[in-house]
Design a protein around this ligand. Structure first.
Ligand code: 13P
Length: 247
């Protein structure tokens, strides 16, 4: 089996309006020459406009969450099919801001992954421990448990990615050591191989949490790191391209 194709994805979270499409276009103009696949996940309100603006580029557009159901009386929610209809190709699921802020369980994340697959979206499934869990020596068991619980068997043979995002590294400027990232990514890889056999060896395992141009090269070249999920530094094309170029 060949090595996973790296994926660098930007998660804009709840930031950006139509004026920010210029940043997306600047990303599209500067990306696409390297080895990585590049994606931007804007707020749901911007997906259709961004997909149209980037239609001639290699940069993919993704959502940040979806509902597990395909339709119904769920005020304010967005179905996977709706993301796909708007032009999304990927969707971030199980982000810690959703697990912590909305009580999303592994089982709910797995149901959302199945919804994404029905809509032919490529899921980026997030896992990661809190600082308390790391200090207690539980990081690997927490993360591998989330991998087992959040990835349904239906993913076998489908394209997907896992993003390791330590909760304490998100938006804090803190990052694990390279050795800690490698140890965790190796544990995720072993779990994927147990669950999906050979196919589990080509799933990109992204690192996320305070990735910026100045630390991207070291993180992206660490063992078993197959790309990055970037928050704050994805809002400015110059910073995001600095990360894409670090690969
Ligand atoms: P930051 O890059 O802002 O730390 O956010 C990471 C993240 O949560 C991406 O999903």
């Amino acid at each position: 089996m060949t090595a996973p194709t790296p994926l660098i994805a930007g998660n804009w979270k709840m930031n950006g309006g139509s004026a920010s499409l210029s940043e997306a276009k600047a990303v599209a103009a500067g990306a696409g020459k390297g080895a990585a696949r590049v994606a931007l996940c804007p707020p749901a309100t911007l997906i259709a406009q961004m997909a149209w603006a980037l239609r001639d580029s290699s940069v993919l557009v993704g959502g940040q969450d979806c509902r597990a159901e395909a339709s119904g009386a769920f005020t304010g929610d967005v179905a996977a099919e709706m993301l796909a209809d708007a032009g999304a190709k990927l969707v971030i699921l199980g982000h810690s801001e959703r697990r912590a802020g909305y009580g999303e369980s592994d089982a709910l994340v797995a149901a959302k992954v199945e919804a994404a697959l029905r809509a032919r979206l490529e899921p980026i499934v997030c896992v990661g421990e809190t600082l308390e869990q790391r200090k207690a020596g539980d990081a690997l068991s927490v993360v591998t448990g989330q991998v087992r619980g959040s990835l349904p068997a239906a993913l076998a043979g489908k394209p997907f990615a896992v993003a390791y995002e330590p909760v304490w590294a998100i938006g804090t400027g803190l990052t694990p050591t390279t050795a800690e990232i490698e140890e965790t990514h190796r544990a995720i890889r072993a779990t994927l191989a147990e669950m999906f056999g050979e196919a589990g060896r080509v799933v990109p395992i992204l690192y996320g949490g305070s990735v910026k141009p100045s630390n991207a090269a070291e993180i992206l070249h660490a063992a078993e790191v197959g790309g990055a999920l970037v928050g704050g530094a994805s809002l400015k094309a110059e910073d995001f391209l600095g990360i894409v170029d670090a690969l």
